[in-house]
Design a protein around this ligand. Structure first.
Ligand code: B12
Length: 162
């Protein structure tokens, strides 16, 4: 097999072994294991082994299935969407705003109309951030205005002009 064509590998190169995990809405037991194997076979894993099955409450079972697939990946057919813009660090963002805008950039956030889903807005704006990324309040060159929940659109527009 050339480097252009690759298969997964578990014990020996190109043996096609993969491991996958999923949950089925079936009570734990031999019937559930059989259902997991049927799914694995339909996914192209053959032979497949249920190496772990654990009840999640009375009506569900979690599985880890290990098995071999016949599929081959053609690396020449792999298409990757490149990011169209550079990913800047916070200090690069600050420097760019300072250089290009030459004043603080104002960001106004709020949940409009009857919407009260503030957690997402807070995740973006609050300094503590979300999923390992700092929120916009962390950026020195940004002035962040968080209007919170249930803001009317005219109010939002007014604040973004003020
Ligand atoms: C928590 C929650 C609530 C809480 C909100 C608490 C709060 N203070 O925020 C409470 C219990 C109050 C609530 C109430 C309701 N909710 Co609700 N709620 C959710 C839930 C479970 C999670 C939302 C959340 O906080 N996620 C975590 C944050 C971090 O993620 P996020 O909101 O997706 O935000 C991220 C991105 O979307 C993005 N983002 C968000 N906004 C913006 C804006 C910009 C400019 C950008 C660039 C990015 C961006 O960045 C954020 C950070 O990564 C979702 C279901 C879900 N799993 O998503 C339903 C959901 C949003 N709610 C829903 C509904 C229907 C309601 C109610 C109408 C239910 C009812 N009949 O009472 C009410 C409405 C209340 C109201 N007045 O708004 C529906 C909305 C359906 C729809 N598409 O319209 C959802 C999708 C559940 C569903 N599947 O039915 N809800």
């Amino acid at each position: 097999m050339s480097k252009r064509h690759v298969r997964p590998y578990g014990d020996t190169t190109g043996d096609g072994m993969i491991q996958t995990s999923f949950t089925l809405p079936v009570p734990h037991g031999p019937r559930a294991d059989g259902a997991a194997l049927q799914l694995a076979n339909k996914m192209g894993m053959d032979p497949a082994m249920v190496v772990h099955s654990k009840p999640i409450g009375p009506d569900f079972t979690f599985f880890v299935v290990y098995g071999s697939v016949k599929h081959i990946v053609d690396l020449d057919e792999v298409k990757v969407v490149e990011r169209e813009y550079p990913l800047l660090s916070p200090s690069e963002v600050n420097a760019t705003i300072k250089k290009r805008l030459r004043r603080k950039m104002v960001v106004v956030g709020g949940c409009i109309g009857t919407d009260a889903h503030t957690v997402g807005i807070d995740a973006i704006l609050n300094i503590k951030g979300f999923a390992g990324e700092k929120g916009l309040e962390y950026y020195r060159e940004l002035r962040v205005v968080n209007l919170g929940a249930q803001v009317t659109v005219p109010e939002l527009v007014k604040r973004s002009h003020a």
